[in-house]
Design a binder for this molecule. Structure first.
Ligand SMILES: NC(=O)C1=CN([C@@H]2O[C@H](COP(=O)(O)OP(=O)(O)OC[C@H]3O[C@@H](n4cnc5c(N)ncnc54)[C@H](O)[C@@H]3O)[C@@H](O)[C@H]2O)[C@@H](O)CC1
Ligand SMILES: Nc1ncnc2c1ncn2[C@@H]1O[C@H](COP(=O)(O)OP(=O)(O)O)[C@@H](O)[C@H]1O
Ligand SMILES: [K+]
Length: 508
């Protein structure tokens, strides 16, 4: 699903109105109708108080049109106009007129008004600001929003929680509605996925308001939201006469005294995601633990071997480097020698990233489209500090373009950056915030590259599978007990889940 910028959304509106030969209020009517259907389906006429807070722009217009539809279906409505400006939009005024025609007189709120009384069991509809917010709300509007946030009533935001900007982090968190649910039009918004702005909403859903499909298909979006239907076409089926040589040989490089586990996790994840062969390359102390924990893997220790020679002689298809590796001088030197000679695709995690941060000149040695999988701490070491999540994304894009790399920015919604575009992952859960889950991700991505997935597809698909394995694991084990090993154990089920038909869901 495409995630467009504000400018592109307004453009989509305009082009839709032209191509479908409709006035803009028809789009507003569609938007309100969709929200009405959503609510009506759930409320079934229940006599609950519905308090609609409507601004004076088109977001408020949506709210006013919704109020009319609720009224016509005998719902108990309370309509408030949050009168923060005299510049009312045309379609807001049109819908206000339609409401007044039905003898509904909204309560006008301004800085002198008393704060409205709302029962905790009532419903709040937030149509104060939409995507048109372009400056901080006035103090009295902030006070109103604070008041609404203090009431434990179910809060439904229209399009976006009021007070959230599309392209910047709000200065004052008190001036943003905390929404239980957001019904957003046609495209998810980038702010839903960033740690500094995603905290203002719990759930979101897209409503289709019939925007011009040719525009939607033809227009390149800066971000894409990656769900099952985006990754399914990437899947590479296994052919009947294939053999392990067809699925590539992964070399996992890492581990150090006390941190051999990280290497085992990554190596196992490569195998479970389908790599034909895995060789783990570890310090001497890793030999026995790896052989015991992972009989499917071959083990080489660095007493006698140089990585580049191994890559060459074993015809390695993908190298995973860094998990538990440490950053000692000898390790960093070995890593540098390897990078100088290496030509095969490479996935860099953990200490490989820390060495790169300490010696940025090594970045120039990475093959094009190398995959870097930093968590926020590692990212900061690579990029330096950022002002907010938006600057972080811009810096990440610049960095990825400068070195022609794929940057996998790990988090609740992992975002894969390449060529100025971002791919936002939809799977995963907070149970995955646990030791070793990043090692598993690096192993999965490398395992997919070895099988012939392009580095970018392996990153996007790997992140999706990793999160899906976490979502399946959490159903059986809960959040707290979700360990990295359980993630690996569910990679197979994650693959199967991709191909499950909807009718199989009930019986599970
Ligand atoms: N394609 C779509 O996504 C559609 C969007 N519609 C609605 O239209 C909304 C956008 O409408 P608008 O562009 O009118 O914008 P809003 O309703 O978000 O904005 C409010 C208006 O107030 C002004 N304003 C912004 N910040 C302010 C502040 N801090 N204090 C005082 N005034 C401020 C703005 O200039 C804007 O005109 C969307 O969020 C959505 O709800 C629907 O009506 C139809 C289709
Ligand atoms: N709250 C969360 N929701 C979804 N996924 C998460 C969450 N927290 C962490 N993850 C995922 O878990 C992994 C953690 O990686 P990392 O911090 O490198 O772990 P480690 O270093 O212990 O291996 C990442 O893939 C990240 O996206
Ligand atoms: K809103």
């Amino acid at each position: 699903m495409k995630v467009f910028s504000g400018q592109q959304i307004y453009q989509a509106d305009k082009i839709t109105a032209e191509n479908q030969n409709i006035t803009s209020d028809i789009l507003m009517e569609r938007a309100a109708e969709q929200i009405f259907n959503w609510l009506h389906h759930r409320l079934q006429g229940a006599k609950v108080g519905i308090h609609l807070f409507c601004g004076i722009g088109n977001n408020g217009g949506d709210g006013i049109a919704l109020a009319r539809m609720l009224l016509e279906n005998d719902y108990q409505i309370f309509v408030y106009i949050v009168n923060y400006s005299e510049k009312r939009s045309k379609d807001f005024l049109l819908n206000l007129g339609r409401l007044k025609d039905r003898k509904v007189w909204p309560t006008y709120l301004d800085e002198k008004s008393e704060l409205p009384n709302i029962h905790p069991q009532d419903i709040i509809i937030d149509g104060i600001f939409g995507i048109g917010l372009n400056r901080n709300p006035d103090n009295w509007v902030v006070n109103l929003i604070k008041h609404l946030n203090s009431i434990p009533a179910f809060t439904l935001s229209i399009d976006i929680p009021s007070g959230l900007f599309l392209e910047k982090v709000p200065d004052n968190p008190d001036g943003v509605i905390r929404a239980e649910h957001v019904l957003t039009f046609q495209f998810p918004k980038l702010v839903f996925f960033l740690p500094e702005t995603g905290i203002f909403l719990q759930n979101w859903e897209v409503l289709d308001i019939g925007l011009d499909q040719n525009f939607v298909k033809g227009e390149a979006a800066p971000y894409e939201f990656i769900g099952k239907f985006e990754v399914l076409p990437m899947y590479r089926p296994r052919l009947k006469f294939s053999h392990k040589g067809n699925f590539g040989h992964v070399l996992s490089v890492g581990g150090s005294y006390g941190k051999i586990g990280a290497l085992i996790l990554a190596s196992k994840a490569s195998l479970e995601s389908g790599a034909g062969l895995v060789t783990a390359y570890a310090p001497e102390c890793g030999y026995i633990p790896i052989q015991v924990a992972l009989p499917e893997a071959m083990v080489l220790t660095n007493g006698t071997n140089e990585i580049e020679k191994i890559v060459h002689s074993l015809q390695i298809a993908s190298v995973t480097v860094g998990m538990g590796m440490g950053t000692k001088e000898a390790t960093a030197n070995g890593f540098k020698e390897f990078l100088k000679a290496n030509k095969v695709p490479i996935v860099l995690d953990a200490d490989a990233l820390n060495i790169l941060a300490e010696q940025p000149s090594l970045l120039n040695l990475l093959p094009a489209l190398s995959v870097l999988t930093p968590h926020p701490g590692e990212l900061k070491r690579l990029l330096g500090k950022w002002k907010d999540d938006f600057e972080k994304l811009e810096k990440a894009k610049e960095f990825a373009s400068k070195y022609d790399l794929i940057l996998v920015l790990k988090g609740a919604h992992t975002i894969t950056i390449y060529n100025n575009l971002g791919y936002i992952n939809s799977t995963g859960n907070p149970g995955m915030a646990t030791a070793g889950s990043g090692d598993v991700l690096a192993g999965i991505i490398s395992g997919l590259i070895a099988q012939g997935y392009s580095n970018l597809q392996a990153s996007i698909f790997g992140v999706f599978l990793h999160g899906l394995a976490g979502d399946i694991a959490v159903m059986n084990h809960g959040y707290e007990a979700l360990s990295a090993t359980k993630l690996i154990d569910n990679i197979g089920k994650a693959f199967k889940e991709l191909f499950r038909r909807p009718e199989e869901q009930k019986g599970d």
